[in-house]
Design a protein. Structure first.
Length: 434
């Protein structure tokens, strides 16, 4: 059977499984195994099924993922997200759209101790959305800005997406983390500008809150010591070379646990719930990783990957023309596919091509993560939007999507800006001497 045809049928089968609501990791794994068996026989396919899960799940480098997930979960259980939001209200709540500005600030702060976009969106929905609704904010716009703010969870370090990209491309994960800092800050600034503009254009949707005194403001900062300590220990340790990224993940998980215990906010029931919740999230991520590896082996024996790389490299549009086409491809895929699956399926194809075209691997990692964030809030399959809708069931998906549109617009501007000026993401990693 023609290998190109088998590769095409493999992709079709995967999307059919996804349309039937088969979990994406299972859909990729099944499609890969069936395609591998069609070309190599059932015996080799079963042998692959026996070997790949063991090698993937015992990979030391991948242990960073459950550790950062656990750190974020303990941080949320310890009330750090609420403290960030409370401080934001104290300093910004009196301004037009102040609660929205406080939400974006809290999203950025929580993203710095949590590596998941979905977890950031879910946590801030529970913390910030009720307060904004009580204050009279437009529910759709409020939910939309939380969905957009949630994307900071995979841009500001630590980030699960950066971890997977670094492992797959053998790029230094610590440098990737710090390359995401400035783009993440730019995102927060752009989102804040959108809020200021919306407050000016439609003031009724973003009322002002009460003005807090200086004493209350300073007290709110006092409560942030735990978040700041965790951030400095984890990222400061990596920046100074004290920890590797994997070691920092373990230190961060233990640190969040100890801080929660010391403050009396982690009871036995909370610890149990946090561990179970983290296990579920980690298992979901690792299932997608495993499925992508199985599908990747299938693509390798069809030689699809090699042919796709050659095709991209020899397109007559120049290096930045190829980059533009790749970004458009990510925007399209992001509307129908999970962000982890996108990274795992496409990076083996696009990364070698981009390196042959002369792009920096750290910078390209930032660009890919930025492109992936669009998929988190774009219709029809914006994961953050679905998560928020599952919590705030009375706000329709359509209203939340409409609320995300202004933030998607400035994200496109940010993507163009970082493509035009790579130094925005590269200067901080370069100060590390790497």
């Amino acid at each position: 059977m023609d290998r190109d045809l088998v590769a095409l049928l493999g992709f079709v089968l995967m999307f059919v499984f996804m349309a039937l609501r088969v979990p994406i990791g299972v859909a990729m794994g099944l499609s890969g195994l069936i395609g591998f068996a069609a070309l190599s026989g059932a015996g080799p396919a079963l042998k692959l099924l026996g070997q790949v899960p063991l090698s993937v799940l015992t990979d030391y480098n991948l242990s960073i993922i459950p550790m950062f997930v656990l750190m974020g979960a303990f941080s949320a259980s310890a009330g750090m997200s609420r403290e960030l939001f409370a401080a934001g209200i104290a300093w910004l709540g009196h301004k037009r759209g102040g609660l929205a500005l406080a939400t974006i600030t809290a999203c950025g702060g929580f993203a710095a101790i949590n590596g998941s976009s979905v977890a950031t969106a879910a946590t801030m929905t529970q913390v910030a959305l009720p307060e904004m609704r009580k204050a009279g904010y437009d529910p759709g716009l409020s939910a939309g800005l939380i969905a957009a703010g949630g994307t900071l969870g995979i841009m500001i370090p630590p980030s699960v997406i950066f971890v997977l990209y670094g492992i797959m491309t053998e790029t230094d994960i610590t440098q990737l983390f710090f390359a995401g800092v400035v783009p993440g800050v730019i995102a927060m600034i752009f989102y804040s500008l959108v809020i200021v503009f919306m407050g000016w254009w439609r003031p009724a949707t973003m009322p002002r809150g009460p003005l807090y005194g200086w004493r209350e403001r300073l007290v709110s900062l006092k409560n942030l010591w735990a978040t700041l300590l965790l951030f400095l220990v984890v990222l400061g340790g990596m920046y100074m070379g004290i920890f590797t990224a994997t070691e920092a993940a373990g230190v961060g998980a233990v640190g969040a646990f100890v801080i929660g215990l010391a403050r009396g906010q982690l009871q036995l029931r909370h610890i149990k719930e946090t561990l179970i919740g983290s296990l579920r999230i980690s298992a979901s991520i690792m299932t997608i990783v495993l499925g992508a590896y199985l599908f990747g082996y299938f693509l390798t024996i069809t030689q699809f990957t090699q042919k796709a790389i050659e095709f991209l490299v020899h397109l007559p549009v120049g290096a930045y023309g190829v980059l533009a086409l790749v970004m458009v491809g990510y925007l399209i895929l992001g509307a129908v596919m999970d962000e982890l699956a996108m990274i795992l399926l496409t990076v083996p194809i696009v990364f070698p091509a981009m390196m042959q075209l002369g792009f920096d691997p750290v910078w390209f990692g930032v660009i890919i993560v930025m492109a992936v964030t669009f998929g988190m809030i774009c219709p029809p399959v914006g994961m953050n939007v679905f998560v928020i809708n599952s919590i705030a069931t009375d706000i329709s998906l359509a209203r939340i999507y409409r609320g995300t549109f202004p933030f998607i617009a400035v994200d496109l501007v940010r993507l163009v800006l970082l493509c035009a000026f790579p130094a925005l993401s590269l200067w901080l990693p370069k100060t590390m001497g790497g």
